[in-house]
Design a protein around this ligand. Structure first.
Ligand code: SF4
Ligand code: ZN
Length: 294
């Protein structure tokens, strides 16, 4: 296959190594404009993990001229998040992006692997995700937006998972931009990009990233949807684009629910009287999984 711009050998998505970065950066610009994600001069906090997606995100936003800082919540997973934190520190230093690393231990009282031993039956990613969200929300005060590295792959999987769980409310809450009282707006500038494209860009940049999988991730349910969509995409190349187009037309922005409430314990946004993070922290003290956290 040849590059659609110059006829040289294509590297990814029909572009050669010289033209592919311009294509990817153009897709980020397109998402920012189409979904009104950011304004020029915005102070943007990138929720970074040291993985390929958030690293591409911080690099491209910086290149597009935004005032970018990064925050990494470090769960303390030896052999994984420590490697990611090291790679991220080097890249942020090269890019001139201020980086703040916050240990999950500061919120949980212990590293994630230790906490999970005391929360039988709870999935690592559920606990990790809830705690990360709260820590990032606190760290984001004073910024105009928090940017996350969610790609079209993440978003199509999440949408199909919400359908399969018959959870239209959760589906309507997602999308490329979300905000609510107490939350700094969250934006997803990689919304129009696929995982293969962010991987190809990261490899082209030569960043010393760790591409291994998290040893605690056992989200078999999501993996089923990832494998299903990837297999379908081989025969029908536009399938993820079509799922996202349908989602945007029929679900995004249609949530008419009331204002989010505030946690009675910590004052952070919550869907009930107590936020999920406080329920997890409470359960840790009691040595059992929280009854309603997911
Ligand atoms: Fe946390 Fe899950 Fe990511 Fe591992 S894969 S760092 S447990 S959210
Ligand atoms: Zn709380």
């Amino acid at each position: 296959m040849k590059c659609v711009k110059c006829g040289e050998a294509a590297y990814c998505s029909g572009f050669c190594k010289e033209h592919f970065p311009q294509y990817l950066e153009g897709k980020v610009r397109q998402a920012i404009r189409r979904f009104s994600l950011l304004k020029k001069g915005d102070r943007v906090l990138v929720a970074a993990s040291g993985g390929k997606d958030s690293t591409v995100l911080l690099h491209v936003l910086k290149k597009l001229g935004y005032d970018v800082s990064a925050v990494m919540v470090e769960p303390g997973i030896k052999g994984y998040t420590d490697k990611n934190a090291k790679a991220l520190a080097g890249i942020c230093s090269d890019e001139g992006v201020p980086l703040r690393v916050i240990a999950m231990e500061s919120e949980l009282g212990m590293a994630l692997p230790e906490a999970l031993k005391r929360l039988p039956g709870m999935q690592a990613c559920a606990v990790c995700g809830v705690l990360k969200r709260r820590i990032i929300n606190k760290a984001a005060r004073g910024f105009d937006a928090v940017a996350t590295g969610h790609t079209m792959d993440d978003e199509t999987q999440a949408f199909l998972m919400n359908i399969s769980r018959n959870d239209p409310r959760q589906a309507r809450r997602g999308g490329p931009r979300s905000s609510g009282r107490g939350f700094v707006p969250r934006v997803k500038p990689l919304y129009l990009l696929k995982d293969g494209e962010t991987r190809a860009y990261a490899k082209l940049m030569g960043w010393p990233l760790y591409y291994g999988r998290c040893p605690l991730a056992v989200d078999a349910y999501r993996k089923n949807f990832r494998d299903f969509l990837d297999a379908l995409e081989k025969k029908h190349p536009n399938i993820k684009d079509n799922v996202i187009a349908f989602y945007l037309a029929e679900y995004w922005g249609k949530e008419k629910g009331g204002e989010p409430r505030v946690c009675a314990k910590c004052g952070e946004p919550a869907s009930g009287d107590e936020c999920k993070a406080c329920r997890i922290i409470g359960a840790l003290g009691a040595g059992r999984a929280p009854s309603r956290a997911s």
